[in-house]
Ligand binder design. Structure first.
Ligand SMILES: [Zn+2]
Length: 190
């Protein structure tokens, strides 16, 4: 009976975690889920994503979604090319859940945003100084700088930008929106 109770509790916890997509979060490093993050998690996903690479327009992004990659993989994201060192800003409001290295992505940042979506910024030359898991970010926040780390070594510097919904990877390109350039920003302030 006691054994059954423990099993039932474990099953309930498992279902609760699965509904929060905490398995994905745990995988990207955010095992502890702060309450504010859960609140953001419950909102509807962002319908528009601010262009994450400074000075690049959506029209300049060549479509590399699902392009074939080594080992039979397909490209689960978009590559956004820019000069090495160009600032990469968060495309959304969210919480940084991981700042670190992996073999394919090199220097990479994971941000969790509204609607259980994760945003992946990879091949960074370096991270924004002091950036750490748990940081709250907005589309104004710099996450790092465009580079060629990971399996982008030897290619033109670019940001690999991935968007993951609970059901899987989503093409970021149709969601991207241009940021107002500096001149437009000045005009809107006047
Ligand atoms: Zn890529």
């Amino acid at each position: 009976m006691r054994k059954f109770f423990i099993l039932a509790c474990a099953a309930l916890i498992f279902v609760a975690l699965k509904n929060l997509d905490a398995t994905r979060l745990a995988r990207v490093g955010g095992a502890a889920l702060p309450f504010k993050m859960v609140r953001l998690y419950m909102k509807t996903p962002d319908k528009e994503l601010a262009m994450p690479v400074e000075g690049v327009r959506v029209g300049q992004v060549g479509d590399s979604w699902h392009a074939p990659r080594s080992g039979g993989r397909v490209h689960e994201g978009q590559d956004i090319f820019a000069e090495r060192g160009t600032a990469v800003r968060s495309a959304t409001e969210g919480y940084v859940v991981r700042v670190g290295q992996n073999a394919l992505g090199g220097n990479a940042v994971w941000v969790v945003g509204a609607g259980r979506r994760s945003y992946y910024y990879a091949h960074l030359d370096s991270f924004a100084p002091g950036l750490a898991a748990g940081d709250y970010v907005t589309p104004d926040s710099v996450l790092g700088y465009v580079g060629t780390t990971g399996n982008a070594a030897g290619t033109s510097p670019h940001l690999h930008f991935g968007v993951y919904a609970p059901e899987g990877a989503v093409d970021p390109r149709p969601l991207l929106s241009d940021r107002p350039d500096a001149a437009e920003r000045r005009a809107s302030r006047d």
